[in-house]
Write a protein that binds this ligand. Structure first.
Ligand SMILES: [Zn+2]
Ligand SMILES: [Zn+2]
Length: 282
């Protein structure tokens, strides 16, 4: 697998790429803009070109942008829905201009809305966004921790979006911490086999482009979105080893969104790369 980190770009793209390369990344994820703002990305072409050149030199590919958390494609509030669409379409356009392969987004929350209506709203949003998607960019829907009204908490539901849209540039990202919190017991070979069997049945492995590799201390099915260091949580070394041992995932990309400092990043990358090497030799 291509393995990388979510990195901060507050200190500039050069520092971000240098950090990623320093800890052994072959892929990278960044926030497109302030993750808690409705203001779309203001990235200019020169900055996007610089970022692309830095990644090329560092042999870091693919690049993923994570859309802001405020996006809610299931909202029945027209203002929130319109703001979400603006953010999503802006990120797709920026990805096209910046040679960024994946745009990863959360779908949002049904809130008090009828789930069927919310599902239709998300389909309408995805259809509109996909009508604007540049060539070479893939929009990936991230699974949620499945808390109550959050959309996309199950493989089955993500598969229904894939089937409803039937678009070649729509795919899925599976976050391991969210999957665990949603009740998928991926802490060893048997659980990972069941998880991937269900993912293949419901979604299709060809549609699963991306993984977020995060450990978590949340109990199984705990429905809370909390990330922890690789190997130190409930998924553990065995869970990641089982994922990394699957030959059908070899062409996929995995991004760590683990917490902490630059030193924590280095340690988490070292842990996952060691597990990956061991899995490849087994
Ligand atoms: Zn996310
Ligand atoms: Zn994630």
């Amino acid at each position: 697998m291509r393995i990388g980190l979510h990195v901060r770009v507050a200190g500039g793209y050069a520092a971000a790429v240098s950090h990623a390369r320093g800890v052994g990344c072959s892929a990278i994820q960044v926030f497109s803009t302030n993750p808690r703002s409705y203001r779309p990305s203001a990235a200019n072409q020169a900055a996007l070109d610089e970022f692309a050149a830095l990644r090329r030199d560092a042999e870091i590919d693919p690049c993923v942008t994570h859309t802001p958390y405020l996006i809610n494609l299931a909202s029945d509030d027209e203002k929130i829905y319109a703001g979400s669409m603006r953010l999503l379409e802006a990120d797709l356009a920026v990805a096209g201009r910046g040679g960024i392969r994946y745009v990863n987004t959360h779908l949002g929350s049904y809130g008090k809305r009828d789930r069927k209506e919310g599902f239709t709203s998300i389909c309408r949003a995805l259809e509109a966004a996909l009508a604007t998607i540049p060539a070479g960019v893939v929009l990936v829907m991230e699974n949620s921790a499945g808390a109550g009204s959050l959309a996309g908490g199950t493989l089955e539901e993500l598969g229904r979006f894939i089937a409803a849209l039937g678009h070649p540039q729509l795919g899925v990202c599976l976050d391991t911490a969210h999957a665990w919190a949603a009740g998928y017991e991926i802490n060893g070979t048997a659980g990972v086999d069941r998880f991937l069997y269900e993912a293949a049945e419901c979604i299709g492995l060809d549609k699963i482009h991306l993984f977020h590799f995060n450990d978590t201390e949340v109990p199984l099915g705990g429905n809370r979105d909390r990330h922890w260091h690789i190997g130190d949580g409930n998924i553990g070394v065995e869970g990641f080893r089982a994922l990394l041992a699957r030959p059908e995932l070899r062409e996929k990309t995995a991004i760590l969104e683990t917490p902490g400092s630059d030193e924590d990043d280095a340690r988490n990358m070292q842990t996952i790369l060691t597990i990956a090497r061991g899995a490849a030799m087994a």
